[in-house]
Design a protein around this ligand. Sequence first.
Ligand SMILES: Cc1ncc(COP(=O)(O)O)c(C=O)c1O
Length: 467
Amino acid sequence: MNQFSKLLPLAGDTPAYLGLAHGIRVMVMDGRLATGSRLPSERMLAEILGLSRTTITRAFGELVDSGWAVARHGSGTTVRLPVTDCTPTHSLVPTPRHDTIDLSSAAGPAPEGTADLVRRALDWLPTTLAGAGYEPYGALHLREQIAARYTARGVPTDADQIVVTAGAVLAISVALHALARPGDRVVVDSPTYPGALSAIATVRARAVPVALDTSWDVSAWADAIRRSRPRAAYLISDFHNPTGLLMPTEQRAQLAKLLADAGVTPIVDETVAELDFSEADPALPFAAVSDDVVCIGSMSKTLWGGFRVGWLRCPPRLVDAIRRQSEALSLGPSALDQLVATTYLESPATIHAAVIQRLLVGRSTWTSALAERLPDWQVPTPPGGLSLWITLPARLATELALAARAYGLTMAPGPRFSPDRTHTNRIRLPLTLPPDVIDEATVRLAAAWSSAREGSSASMQLDALAL
Ligand SMILES: Cc1ncc(COP(=O)(O)O)c(C=O)c1O
């Protein structure tokens, strides 16, 4: 609840109740307060902020009148967005230029050494070609290697608990098909990985957002679970996409208990868990604190996204259901891609070190280029992961993304990472690009940012004239 103390000081010259209503709206738009969250009671908020009950009552009234909250007798005041989601699902702008830099995806080229790996993998080809090639749950040798890696991290795992899929997104979908029915709720962080939001939409479940700012808020999770009675939860506890945050071990244990007590199955996506460039001791894997978790893994970020190999580690009670869904959705992953994955897992160290080095270079290049050209952007230093979750000094992320197209940039504005289209002051930048491309992208971003700002002040002037 103490996030509400940050509402002070209230904005400018307006009466206090308007300043407070404005502050709450900003929290929603920044994604610090998820839509659907309940505001503290009037009495409690008055105490937290040292304001009168009348001011709080009038501020809540203002939020309700302007469509930013609903008040229900007996269940308090809940925040929401005043309009339905109008975000276009198709591009509004012409086809990008031929020299477009793609900032929207955090995927890079295959690391050095990949071609050798593929050549070594082909040694297995004669044996593979002698079989029918279908392995609905994945080749046994690969499943054994994946299971052994979990066991080595302190989570004893049998190869039968592993189901290999054509990538992690399919693995998330398989898990959701096994766990959720249309209309069920799935609690997610806001922001979160957009591919998971699409997978949730595909099973016609509803994503319930819990705001994630600088750390996980266990009490907000408890509130969302009480409110929405979800079937499952989707989490990225290690080097979260897009923020790069790492969930501390105590919070994993608290969340695991909360979910277990409520009968909610966590789907924990560890696709980026090995992209660790912190010097800190690794946190305990989520499966070490939860018996009933579905873990998702992938080769896409430690090796290359072009090899479509991901997997699920299932709790024993779900193995059959997950196998059935996986077989129904695809007859299993590519035999050749699995050969490459198996060969990689035999000795991943050199390629892994090269991938980490590339991300570190990406992080420092972005940091210095942005400090020089866009010094009022807040740039974090994440301990791992694929991206920088940037805070802009104005809520113009979508305007920036639109302006950027004219400068040959495609990019991922904050609202794309949240089911309620908030985070309008955020963008995600990928660490996976080479330094010269990052430098050029920053020059274009600075130009696009000026256009977005000019466009927004022009439209504000028009609004003022219209009034
Ligand atoms: C958290 C997370 N999960 C899954 C994926 C997609 O993985 P795959 O290419 O294996 O489908 C990504 C890609 O960026 C990701 O960041």
